[in-house]
Design a protein. Structure first.
Length: 130
């Protein structure tokens, strides 16, 4: 075996050992940073959390109404627009990806709390319609 093959084997064996530690470190870092952001900007994070919860509740309620699907492609589309309008009303500008994450987090929290959110087949977190 030459040096390159030995190095390849070492890397192949090291990856499964190192990746879980890197992932755990990243999760801890993200949680720490989110706590710092919440401490620095409590009104922004509270508004985002509140808006996401309101939007998910409203999307779940309205999705059963006739005509909902004619106006909105998915519950998530509706929820995104509601959160964006809520934040705009409070003078807060945030990235759409962050808003989507807050909506998904709200859906997860509601599911964990026992609130039944419809999860159609092959969709994520129940925020897309059938």
């Amino acid at each position: 075996m030459d040096t390159n093959q030995i190095l390849q084997q070492v890397i192949l064996y090291a990856i499964p050992v190192v990746v879980p530690f890197v992932c755990a470190w990243l999760v801890a870092k993200i949680r720490t940073e989110w706590a710092v952001v919440k401490d620095r900007y409590p009104s922004v994070t509270d508004a985002l959390d509140t808006g996401a919860k309101l939007a998910v509740d409203a999307a779940e309620q309205l999705a059963t109404q006739p005509g909902f699907q004619a106006e909105w492609n998915t519950k998530k589309d509706y929820a995104l627009q509601v959160v964006q309008a809520y934040l705009d009303a409070h003078g807060i500008k945030l990235d759409a990806t962050l808003i989507e994450a807050a909506i998904e987090s709200s859906v997860k929290a509601m599911n964990e709390a026992g609130t039944n959110i419809t999860v159609p087949p092959n969709t994520s977190m129940g925020m897309t319609s059938k």
